[in-house]
Design a protein around this ligand. Sequence first.
Ligand code: ZN
Length: 337
Amino acid sequence: MTTFEPHVEDGEPVVTYELRGPVALVTVNRPKYTNAQNSKVTYALDAAFVRAVDDDAVKVIVLAGAGKHFSGGHDIGTPGRDIDESFERKAVIWWDHTDAQGVDSRYARESEVYLGMCRRWREIPKPMIAMVQGACIAGGLMLAWSCDFVVASEDAFFSDPVVRMNIPGVEYFAHPWVMNPRAAKEFLYTGDRFSAQRAHALGMVNHVVPRAELEGTVFAMAERIAQMPRLGLALAKKAINQAEDLQGLRVGMDSVFGLHHAAHAHNAEVSTDSLAGLDARAMAASNKAAAAAPAPATGSGPATASGTATSSGLAATSGAAPASDATTASDSAASRA
Ligand code: ZN
C-alpha cells in the first residue's frame, strides 16, 4: 500500500493505493469524517488515478471508501476543510480562486475541483468500478458516478439533499442520465435516500450484494474485465461515454452548472453564505427533521428504513453523516455543493 505525500492528515494518508494483481484499489481514507471530500482528497485521488493509468500492470481501477460509508459528500465542516487553500490545478485552465471573491472565486474553484475533476476522471481510459457501502451522499455521488459502474452493498444508500440549500443538485449533474428524469426529480425534490435496491431498479447501480460479499464481488468482476485487451476496454468506454454525451450529458452539465452557481450567488446575496447558512451542523439538523417526516415506502428500501437508520446512527432520510463517526464540527459531511 502506498500513500501520497503530502496528502496526509493526522499522520494518515487521505487516499491509499493498493495493487492487487491487475487491479488498483484506490480508497478514500477519512473514515472519521465519513470520507468527506476536501481538496486534499481530490488531488490525492487524482494522483492515484494518474499512477494507475501510467502503470501497464493495472487493467482496472476500483474506487472505495474506508470504513462504514463510501462518502458523506464534500467537506463542509471538518477540521480539514481546505476551500481557502491553493492547489496546483489539474482539471481546467483557470485562475486560482484563493485571491478572488464571489462568483469569481467560487466558479473558479468548483470548475476545477468538482466539475472539472469528475469529468477528467470519467475520461480515464481504464475501467473504473465504484465499490459503495453505507452512505453515498451528494459529493459522494460525484465520485461514484464518475466511475463506469457501481456495485453496492445492501446497506448502501444514495441521496442529494442540496435542494435544501436552493441548489438544483451537485456540480456533476448526472442525475437524469444515471436514473430516469422522473426518478431524478423525486430524488432532488424530496432529498430522500434511495436504497441500493431502488438505485439498482433505476439502473444507477449494477449489482447489489450483501456487505460481506461486496469486495469479493467487485474484485471478481474486475479480474474478469482485466482479461480483455486494454485498447478494447478504452475504446468501449469512450464509445459509451460519447453516446451519453450525444444524449446531452456534457452540455446538460454545463447548463446546470450555471444554475448551480446562480443558486450559490443567490444564497450569498440574501443569506450568510453560498450554502444558505446550512453548515454541517445545520444540514444534519435539517436531515434529522426530514427523517422524522413520513416518507413513501418506495422512497427507501428495507436497508434504509427509519429503524435501521436509527440503529446505525445515521441521522436522516437524506443522509447526514453518522454522529457516531464524526466530530461535532462535522456531524454532517454531506453536500458542500
Ligand atoms: Zn457548488
